[in-house]
Design a protein around this ligand. Structure first.
Ligand code: BGP
Length: 482
């Protein structure tokens, strides 16, 4: 007989500050790099800016009430660094500090455990102007001051912390997740991708050590964007390419979190291509000094790799993006000649934005990660980006999202039945929010936000069909999925 979900298993959903809060310049908050990046996407592609987003800043009580109605026992959100320190360092903004106290109090009042992410792509713009933000090692010192402040401030109410969201995705899509100057985009500065990641590894280690030092009973880990990777065929060359892709895209990060080392195969490849980070004396000792208590995973899609010979005539390129939301419009695949090339998996259907839909990929990676590192896991993101329609009956019939979530919960459960220890399931997202790459028309929420890319309207909240379905799932602690 299959086991039930543990009684202390946490069910909720996720968001990030700049994607959901709005109030980008209110109550003392100053710009983050995402306010600037999204202003650019608005001008170039017509995607909504982060200025209003889902306006959770003004609707948080309503949103928490809806979470309670669904039966959430946790909510994963991030703190906006530039709401706490508008200039990145120095003066604290009391209204920003108060906002997160109010949000956390509201959650706790409703029996919802906060899971707090310290950093989700939104470096204060003041630090970008001052020294280039993540391009400069000074960020480690400033992040440390910020992390120490928020951990101390919220430690009595927040037990579960995640550090930096998706280092792996920041390396892949650095211009969407970081402010990168124009002159860095000609391919000759790509080593900085891994240098930024190295600074983030230092920040992660420092933040983990701070949580352990300051939060009684606190647990901490990274939230990583992680995809299982299959070989395109059974040919040994493709299987080897899959192993190479696994090393550079996945193990390069998880080995840092759980072994305190850079994965050898990946690091050798980076060194051979002038991409390896500069490591200063003491860095690896600091990284090795930390422990992550768990790994939080953001899983949407699996990936596929094939062989790419050194003499293929191709050059290095990074992950492609589909901006249009028309299947097949992805503008290319990550390529590392002599190591691997990513490709479409002909076995799998995709979303309109070309993300392969693959619940078994989740089961596969949970078992693989747990077997290799033996640490508890949690899902901090998992979801289906789709065009939702507000029907004439005033409802949103998102059965495709229900199917997606149901099959992924089933996959997670199968992994748990094989012994994988899971702490929480938090799909992306509670309310619809601003996508990192496609505006607000690509929706993920269980709750519809009535706005468009052009017109924020009143941001009214409307329960989708998936809301009612998830409510039943939670009421039965995962037993009723149909
Ligand atoms: C993850 C990010 C989230 C979120 C999600 C969906 O990589 O952590 O911030 O946005 O992906 O991606 P997108 O918004 O590009 O559809």
């Amino acid at each position: 007989m299959k086991k039930e979900f543990p009684s202390n298993f946490l069910w909720g959903a996720s968001s990030s500050a700049y994607q959901v809060e709005g109030a980008a310049f209110e109550d003392g908050k100053k710009a983050s790099q995402q306010d600037v990046i999204n202003q650019g996407s608005y001008e170039q592609f017509g995607f909504a800016t982060a200025e209003i987003a889902s306006d959770q800043y003004h609707h948080f009580k309503e949103d928490v009430a809806l979470m309670k109605e669904m039966g959430f026992t946790c909510y994963r959100f991030s703190i906006a660094w530039s709401r706490i320190f508008p200039d990145g360092v120095g003066e604290v903004n009391p209204l920003g500090v108060k906002y997160y106290h109010d949000l956390i109090d509201e959650l706790k009042k409703h029996g919802i455990e906060p899971i707090v992410t310290m950093y989700h792509y939104d470096c204060p713009w003041a630090l970008v102007e001052k020294y280039g933000g993540w391009l400069n090692r000074q960020i480690v010192e400033d992040f440390t001051a910020y992390a120490k402040f928020i951990i101390n401030e919220y430690k009595d109410d927040v037990r579960i912390w995640t550090t930096i969201n998706e280092q792996s995705i920041i390396v892949q899509y650095w211009t969407q997740k970081c402010w990168i100057p124009e002159e860095y985009l000609d391919g000759t500065h790509d080593q900085m991708r891994y240098q930024i990641n190295h600074y983030m590894n230092l920040c992660h280690a420092i933040a983990c050590n701070l949580v352990h030092e300051l939060v009684p009973g606190g647990i901490v880990g990274s939230a990583i964007g992680y995809s299982s990777i299959y070989p395109l065929t059974g040919k040994p060359e493709d299987v080897m390419a899959m192993q190479n892709a696994q090393a550079l895209r996945n193990d390069y990060y998880t080995d840092i979190y759980f072994k305190g080392i850079y994965n050898k195969a990946a690091f050798t490849y980076l060194e051979e291509h002038g991409l390896a980070p500069v490591i200063e004396p003491g860095d690896m000792e600091l990284i090795a000094s930390h422990t992550s208590d768990f790994l939080a995973l953001n899983y949407y899609a699996s990936e596929c790799a094939k062989a790419c010979p050194e003499d293929s005539g191709l050059s290095i390129r990074w992950s492609g993006v589909n901006r249009s939301g028309k299947k097949g419009d992805i503008d290319g695949f990550e390529t590392h000649p002599g190591f691997y090339q990513m490709c479409r998996n002909p076995e799998l259907d995709t979303t309109d934005w070309d993300w392969a839909i693959d619940p078994i990929g989740l089961e596969y990676l949970l078992r693989d990660l747990y077997n290799r590192y033996n640490k508890p896991l949690m899902i901090t993101e998992n979801g289906l980006g789709a065009y939702d329609t507000l029907s004439e009956d005033g409802k949103v019939h998102d059965d495709y999202r229900i199917d997606y979530l149901r099959e992924h919960i089933r996959a997670m459960k199968r992994a748990m039945d094989k012994g994988v220890e899971m702490i929480a399931y938090c799909p992306w997202s509670a309310v619809d929010l601003l996508s990192t790459s496609n505006g607000v028309k690509k929706r993920y929420g269980l709750i519809y936000i009535d706005r468009t890319d052009d017109d924020p309207k009143e941001c009214a909240r409307i329960r989708k069909d998936s809301f009612y379905w998830y409510q039943k799932v939670l009421a039965s602690n995962g037993a009723e999925l149909d």
